[in-house]
Design a protein around this ligand. Sequence first.
Ligand SMILES: CC(C)(COP(=O)(O)OP(=O)(O)OC[C@H]1O[C@@H](n2cnc3c(N)ncnc32)[C@H](O)[C@@H]1OP(=O)(O)O)[C@@H](O)C(=O)NCCC(=O)NCCS
Length: 200
Amino acid sequence: MRGEDKAGLAAGFERLSELSRYRRFLSPTARLTATQLAYLTEVDHHDHEALVAVEPSSRHGLGVARYVRSSEDPDEAEAAVAVADDWQRRGLGTLLLRRLAARAREEGITRFTGLVLESNEPVRHLLRTLGDVQERAAPGGTIEVRLQIPEDPLGEDQGRLAGWMGAAARGLLGTRLHGAHGDGRAPAAGADAIAPRGER
Ligand SMILES: CC(C)(COP(=O)(O)OP(=O)(O)OC[C@H]1O[C@@H](n2cnc3c(N)ncnc32)[C@H](O)[C@@H]1OP(=O)(O)O)[C@@H](O)C(=O)NCCC(=O)NCCS
């Protein structure tokens, strides 16, 4: 994510469903303000990192994962992830979160925290595929989650394999291969998870 990505981020946000926006920002959010866009794109790649997945042909943003380091505990950062609705359930959220976790580890962060809706089973499940998660009830139908980031988040291919096997067991292999809408587009491996500028 770079400062010049404001228009791309605003356009990607417009394509998110109301439910996804609500789950991501925990309040009805019609559009991102100029202040929010500045905050979300002008990241220092150290205390605040954001990775974007881009569809290779259209260059449309498909998903973003970010962390913001805690001002009280430098080992901890609040993490958030969102994937375009028609790209959900293809493994992209997993890919983004794992890459973000690897970046966080490089910056000395060992725990992700977050406040999520209790009803947000997709993200609660996603976090559990990455490592040990503690959950604590919080006000307003939310829960505080705390994830111990594995030492090598990208080396844990077993997690990915377990995901594919779980999908097969639930009869969801087709969904995972072809996307939630069965439109036959390429699975997430076809998307570039863009690394921060310094890494390219
Ligand atoms: C949470 C979110 C990022 C997941 O992205 P995704 O690309 O669909 O995730 P994946 O395809 O990698 O799936 C991750 C796991 O969650 C599971 N999952 C995904 N959607 C699910 C759903 N609707 N119900 C149950 N499980 C679900 C998948 O089966 C997968 O588990 P598996 O590996 O054991 O099969 C996506 O749903 C999203 O953008 N939601 C809106 C924003 C949001 O809620 N953000 C989190 C709060 S910051």
